[in-house]
Ligand binder design. Structure first.
Ligand SMILES: Nc1ncnc2c1ncn2[C@@H]1O[C@H](COP(=O)(O)OP(=O)(O)OP(=O)(O)O)[C@@H](O)[C@H]1O
Ligand SMILES: [Mg+2]
Length: 263
């Protein structure tokens, strides 16, 4: 059981991961992850390459199935349901319904190249959620404004910088009104001068109360925006706590060694 260190420690968790194990054939990648995230909390996951950070995020929205343990989001077990004490895999339709609660932003923005920024943002609300075009467009324009891109609504991805494309991708993920946002190294593919604008957008979202799990190597972002920093290594959570503790005064030698690379 993780120790909640923010001010909303008594709120029931939005995400409950229990003893999550994941293997790819003989390679055990997640070796028993326990993590609770309460509504409004911003959790930053740090850790060396190959420690299982992306795999864990992908398990949360069931892009990967897990071998043992459980993950609940908003009181629903992701990917499975209990039937007479046994776990039964959900249908792809049921999994798609669960994914509506979870927005994900990846390192590669993967916008549709033949669609404008606005069209990229309204695609899922109309196509998957059955929103009317006018309602979806109104929401999308508000979201593009929120990520600072109202002037670019009618531009195609090739007409946008990497940072602008990533902000469209964030608006697109928000368009399904997720309860939880997962970010997997959202700034790693960007030129250094474009990282700041994406982090600033994410900082705004964090301060507006969005529940976020962010995998990043941006230690400054972790320090400023995270309620909790989780350090993963070798498929386990090695250390977690407030940023000033985990980053400012790491207890575990592996955390120390990892952070020493950033100083
Ligand atoms: N689909 C897959 N099939 C087989 N092995 C995989 C698969 N996905 C990930 N792995 C392996 O699982 C381990 C953890 O990978 P993961 O991508 O979760 O690490 P990470 O912490 O996100 O690393 P990075 O910081 O480099 O992104 C690695 O050894 C990787 O090679
Ligand atoms: Mg990764």
């Amino acid at each position: 059981m993780s120790v909640l260190v923010n001010s909303v420690a008594n709120t029931p968790p939005l995400v409950q991961a229990r003893n999550v194990h994941k293997s790819f054939e003989n390679l055990e990648v997640l070796k028993g992850i326990d993590l609770d995230v309460v509504p409004g909390e911003v959790v930053v996951i740090l850790g060396p390459s190959g420690s299982g950070k992306s795999t864990f995020l992908r398990c949360i929205n069931h892009l990967e199935s897990i071998n043992r343990g459980s993950i609940e989001v908003d009181d629903e077990q992701i990917g499975y349901r209990l039937n007479k004490g046994r776990l039964v895999k959900l249908s792809s339709h049921a999994i798609a319904l669960q994914r509506r609660k979870i927005g994900m932003v990846f390192q590669q923005f993967n916008l549709y190249p033949h669609m404008t920024a606005l069209q990229n943002v309204i695609e899922a609300p109309i196509g998957i959620h059955g929103e009317s075009r006018s309602q979806a467009t109104e929401n999308a324009l508000a979201l593009l404004d929120r990520v600072g891109l109202s002037a670019k609504a009618h531009n195609y991805p090739r007409q946008l910088s990497g940072g602008q494309q990533q902000r469209v991708a964030i608006a697109r993920a928000l368009a399904i009104k997720p309860k939880l946002m997962l970010f997997d190294e959202p700034t790693s593919a960007l030129d250094p001068e474009l990282v700041g604008e994406v982090l600033s957008t994410m900082r705004d979202l964090a301060s507006q109360g969005l529940t976020m799990i962010v995998v990043t190597h941006e230690i400054g972002f972790a320090r400023e925006a995270a309620d909790r920093v989780v350090f993963m290594d070798g498929g386990k959570i090695v250390e977690q706590g407030k940023p000033e503790d985990v980053i400012g005064n790491p207890q575990h030698p592996r955390t120390r060694s990892f952070l020493s690379r950033f100083i």
